[in-house]
Design a protein around this ligand. Structure first.
Ligand code: AMP
Length: 206
């Protein structure tokens, strides 16, 4: 199963990808996670990526497309994958379908007014990657024992940039997947588990 998960920043793509991986055993390919790992390893790509990410800007298409192409050629992606955070522009979507088949592109639809709030309350574990929402319950330590952090690009000004970028590109991407007849839309629920019921229904019908 080759899956694209997309939606506004903070819509819960990452959490859904983890739930799909747990149930179906296919890897989550998160361009954001790959780039953040390059930044922490101080690689050449990481140094370039950091400048864009920390300002809420998208990396140039060519760079990200090459990264995804290379990643999808790895053996662990041969039985399927979940693309999380890619494509983010119409050009990325078009180029993706030139080199790989996608079975379904799932849009996680969230009220845009919710998005800013969700990103501000999001904390992640820098070690195991678990994502928390601290709006109802304040948590500082991950269940794996490490201290949670706020992503640099979840801070208010940066989040606003990311939302603007999403809104500028999303209509074209939605239209493109619709034309290709691979678009499925789910409404983001109160909890990741609630949203997953709809996501899972789509996957089980494939
Ligand atoms: P994410 O973790 O998916 O929210 O991505 C974090 C940041 O990484 C984004 O705000 C962009 O700066 C960069 N990034 C991730 N995926 C892409 C992509 N497909 N195209 C361009 N930039 C990306």
């Amino acid at each position: 199963m080759n899956i694209v998960l997309f939606g506004a920043p903070g819509c819960g793509k990452g959490s859904q990808a983890k739930l799909i991986t747990a149930k179906y055993g296919i890897p989550q390919i998160s361009t954001g996670d790959i780039l953040r790992s390059e930044i922490s390893k101080n690689t050449e790509l990481g140094n370039i990526a950091g400048k864009y990410i920390n300002n809420g800007l998208l990396l140039p298409d060519d760079l990200v497309i090459e990264l995804v192409k290379k990643t999808l050629q790895q053996p662990n992606c041969q039985n399927g994958f979940i693309l999380d955070g890619f494509p983010r522009t119409l050009n990325q979507a078009q180029r993706l379908l030139e080199f790989i088949n996608i079975d379904v592109a799932i849009l996680i639809d969230v009220n845009i007014n919710e998005v800013e709030r969700r990103a501000l309350y999001r904390r992640i574990c820098p070690v195991c990657g678990k994502i928390y929402n601290i709006s109802n319950k304040y948590i500082e330590i991950c269940e794996c024992g490490n201290k949670l952090i706020q992503r640099e690009d979840d801070k208010l000004e940066v989040v606003r940039h990311r939302i603007e970028k999403y809104l500028a590109n999303s209509e074209d991407i939605i239209e493109f997947f619709k034309e290709r007849k691979i678009l499925a839309t789910v409404l983001s629920g109160e909890t990741p588990e609630e949203t997953f019921v709809s996501v899972d229904k789509i996957l089980s019908e494939l």
